[in-house]
Design a protein around this ligand. Structure first.
Ligand code: SAH
Length: 332
């Protein structure tokens, strides 16, 4: 799924996309307007193309599915958030008997055109609607999806993937991807820190066209240092081994995804200034024939998810003691 840049970065920042709105929508009217923006974005060919052209992403999915024919041959498959339908086509390549491709955005008209042009109307059915509202004719053996946002959970689509499991997966069925790990590690980056503090310093002016702006310095500090930075960085700026937070898509509940904390205790590799915490994720396809990992690590090849960094907000830089103990919280 598409990434969402919530901040700039000195190195390889992602382009801004409209679904930042996804993170703040809660219910009722807000949900409706969030859906319009969110699914309007995915209805555009160019935004589906951006994901298809992430060859690490698309290639790893194809490999994971087609190298696990035991799990797909003659099976019924649900593709959650099918977009162009690419993962559904991979399931057919692996021998699936029937694939239901559920997609809420109007990209379905193009997905259906691909189904017709590739002569698979008998095996691949595109259903237009939200997964949460759709009724399938039968339960399924395998659920495939690409629901990952920045740091895995941004965009809240993992919850839809899990709802699909609860509603439609046969007992003993398979989630593909099957598990995931979120990684957090402290980083040092004086360049990023200086870039950010320079934005704050604008507000230190006491005579900006005759106006004293300086009262807003604390707010500007919280604002600029509170923006997560999406982009690639040099993994040598990481100062300790990452803390790992595993999530099992076969068992995790929707509630567990709505609010969770990742405690960490990090022992530094070397002394320096810690400017914040960096994060990324892997997903794993644990098939019967083979296991495949799709990583967005800074040590791996670049993907359209990049990585994310959170600068320390109040005390933006600390010299690193041997040990750093904190936590990161995610809340609905
Ligand atoms: N599977 C495609 C697209 C992934 S992007 C691929 O791998 O290329 C995620 C897609 O899920 C988007 O097209 C989005 O519109 C769709 N989506 C997100 N939430 C959904 C929901 N609740 N119900 C149905 N589709 C959803």
């Amino acid at each position: 799924m598409q990434d969402d840049a919530t901040g700039g970065s000195s190195a390889g920042a992602a382009a801004a996309s409209p679904h930042g709105a996804a993170a703040v929508a809660v219910n009722g009217k807000e949900d409706e307007s969030r859906d319009q923006t969110y699914f309007g974005y995915y209805a555009q060919l160019t935004n589906q193309q951006n994901m298809l052209q992430d060859s690490i992403r698309t290639g790893t999915y194809q490999w994971a599915i087609t190298q696990n024919k035991t799990d797909f041959k003659d099976k019924v498959v649900l593709d959650v958030g099918a977009g162009s339908g690419i993962l559904s086509f991979f399931a057919l390549q692996a021998g699936a008997r029937k694939v239901y491709a559920v997609e809420a955005s109007d990209i379905t008209q193009f997905a259906r055109a691909l189904v017709r042009a590739n002569h698979v109307e008998d095996k691949l059915t595109v259903l237009h609607g939200k997964l949460e509202d759709i009724t399938l004719p039968e339960p399924v053996d395998v659920i495939i999806s690409e629901p990952m946002g920045v740091l895995l959970v941004h965009e809240r689509m993992i919850e839809t993937f899990i709802r699909a499991r609860i509603n439609w997966l046969k007992p003993g069925g398979l989630m593909f991807p099957t598990t995931s790990t979120i990684y957090l590690a402290p980083f040092t980056d004086a360049g990023l820190y200086n870039e950010t503090i320079a934005k704050v310093r604008f507000w230190e002016q006491r005579d900006f066209h005759g106006v004293d702006l300086s009262v807003l310095v604390p707010d500007a500090m919280v604002h600029h240092f509170g923006q997560p930075v999406v982009g690639c960085f040099d993994p040598r700026t990481l100062m300790a081994a990452a803390t790992e937070f595993p999530i099992n898509f076969m068992t995790v509940s929707v509630k567990e995804l709505q609010a969770f904390e990742i405690p960490f205790r990090l022992t530094s590799n070397y002394t320096g200034i810690v400017h914040g915490i960096a994060g990324w994720f892997d997903v794993n396809f644990n098939g019967t024939d083979t296991h495949v990992c799709l990583t967005t690590s800074p040590f791996g090849p670049k993907t359209h998810w990049y990585q994310i960094r959170f600068l320390f907000k109040v005390r933006p830089a600390r010299s690193l003691p041997a040990c750093l103990e904190e936590g990161l919280a995610a809340h609905r």
